[in-house]
Design a binder for this molecule. Structure first.
Ligand code: ZN
Ligand code: CU
Length: 489
């Protein structure tokens, strides 16, 4: 081997699933300086570290397109819950909520408190947030959006009304400055109290700044239940009027009356895609999770408390049982528990499968990393898609499952040098056993690492190996300016 090419890392004897949707093929891969330098036949290469994959699957690292990891990237920088799933890049700032740009002098209103519950958690400047990630890097790469609700809380004395022209100017100025600093777009959470009073026109005015910066818009829509069609039309209109790509977050049909309606919603999304750029993501569970609010129980058949400030012991307990114990109505129990969070069983398994199988659906965990009893999606999303929906239910092939987590989101979020295996690409990689991979986190015991993820590398450095984090933090805060966003149409 004296005349072999030297690499930092050579992985041999793998089944390559390259993220494009192409069928798996046997081969290997070599990495130097954090990039893939050889692929398929690596017999002429020798690595400072050599890994025999033993026939296991080697894929691009997974991209978690919908996260609330804004503060976890700082507070829990080894990102155990993500790297244990093979996730190498996370998109933060979703559902209208971001840590920047915002100054508060006390605990912010929900749902902002899902990511930051103290004034110190927030950054007045988006650049300062990204600089912080540069200085104290996490294990995963990160993309960050500006939250519309965060803009509103920072610019308005009363968020229960539409913003005035002056307030829109102030928000737009802060948004433009954040985009210049590297924010990849703006998210809205029109479902939530700090944004529900925002008219569509307010969002369009702000989204025009996204058009100019070539950034994107993601949305937790105003209504995911009875008025879901109106919400889809509103989302399409924002995208068309502002001429920006839109991504529908965690697409679902909530509440028993709406079960089965994904047939209709996917048809509408398909039709809209003929006219404009529309993307979507989903998580692989019939329950959602967010702030607890008696006005927003979303027709759930069951609610489990995930955290509560006044009653920490309620975490993990059924809301109906708590109300029965206390001898009060549900609404009264909720008001005694808040501020609090909950898990809401509100979807239909057939809708979940239909949406997951839709070819344009990406995977996003929507995990809430600071909850004391979180929804299991935080630790289980990606292995559950691979193990449960792909292997056990055969909802799609392995290469299609991997594409939904890698090549597809890389295209939607402008990551031109990640998401597929090719020479020159960043070496974000996951090695897993497709026969074994499965989530172990449950609604009862939600914080357990998945099985079958042998190793995860970010920018060529191992971050998860043999069931534990390595402690390395090679992640990068990726800026809009280095990305190539899709066109609006
Ligand atoms: Zn959301
Ligand atoms: Cu979310």
């Amino acid at each position: 081997m004296s005349d072999a090419h030297a690499a930092d890392l050579v992985i041999r004897n793998a089944l390559l699933v390259d993220g494009t949707g192409a069928p798996p093929r046997a081969g290997g891969l070599a990495v130097t300086d954090g990039r893939i330098v050889a692929l398929d036949d690596v017999s002429a290469w020798s690595g400072a570290r050599e890994v025999d994959a033993g026939g296991r699957t080697l894929a691009p690292g997974f991209i978690d397109v919908h996260t609330h990891d804004d503060r976890a990237l700082i507070a829990n920088p080894t990102m155990d819950c993500k790297v244990s799933q093979g996730v190498t890049t996370v998109v933060a700032g979703n559902c209208g909520v971001s840590l920047a740009p915002l100054t508060v002098d006390r605990r912010p209103p929900p749902p902002l408190d899902l990511v930051g519950d103290t004034a110190e958690s927030f950054f007045a400047d988006f650049a300062a947030y990204l600089d912080h990630l540069d200085a104290e890097p996490p294990a995963t790469n990160a993309l960050a959006q500006v939250g519309h609700a965060s803009l509103r809380v920072g610019a308005m004395d009363d968020v229960t009304r539409p913003a005035t022209a002056e307030e829109i100017r102030l928000m737009r100025g802060r948004l433009e400055k954040s985009l210049a600093a590297g924010a990849i777009g703006m998210s809205t959470g029109l479902f939530y109290p700090p944004a529900i009073a925002a008219p569509t026109e307010e969002v369009i005015e702000l989204a025009r700044a996204l058009h100019e910066a070539k950034a994107l818009h993601t949305t937790h829509m105003r209504d995911e239940s009875d008025r879901i069609v109106d919400s889809l039309e509103e989302t399409f209109r924002i995208g068309r009027d502002a001429d920006v790509p839109v991504v529908i977050s965690h697409h679902k049909c909530a509440g028993q009356a709406n079960h089965g309606r994904s047939v209709e919603t996917l048809k509408l999304i398909d039709a809209a895609r003929g006219r404009q750029h529309v993307g979507l993501d989903a998580y692989p569970y019939v329950a959602g999770s967010t702030m607890l609010d008696s006005g927003r129980l979303m027709g759930a058949s069951k609610v489990v408390v995930t955290w509560s400030v006044p009653c920490p012991d309620a975490a993990g307990r059924d809301l109906a049982e708590i109300a029965a114990d206390w001898g009060v109505e549900i609404a009264e129990a909720v008001s005694r528990l808040t501020p609090a969070g909950g898990i809401f069983f509100m979807m239909d398994e057939e809708d979940v499968q239909r949406i997951l199988a839709y070819p344009h659906t990406m995977i996003g965990s929507d995990g809430l990393p600071h909850d004391s009893h979180p929804h299991p999606r935080l630790w289980g999303t990606f292995p559950r898609v691979l193990g449960h929906y792909c292997r056990e239910l055969k909802l799609f092939s392995l290469e299609e499952a991997v594409r939904k987590m890698t090549g597809l989101p890389a295209g939607e979020f402008g990551l031109t040098d990640r998401g597929t295996l090719a020479v020159g690409m960043a070496a974000d990689l996951v090695l897993f056993d497709p026969a074994e991979v499965i989530d172990t986190a449950t609604f009862e015991a939600p914080k357990t690492p998945a099985k079958g993820i042998a190793e995860t590398w970010v920018n060529g450095t191992s971050v998860w190996r043999d069931g534990t984090v390595t402690g390395a933090r090679p992640g990068r805060a990726l800026r809009l300016q280095s990305l190539t966003m899709p066109d609006a149409a």
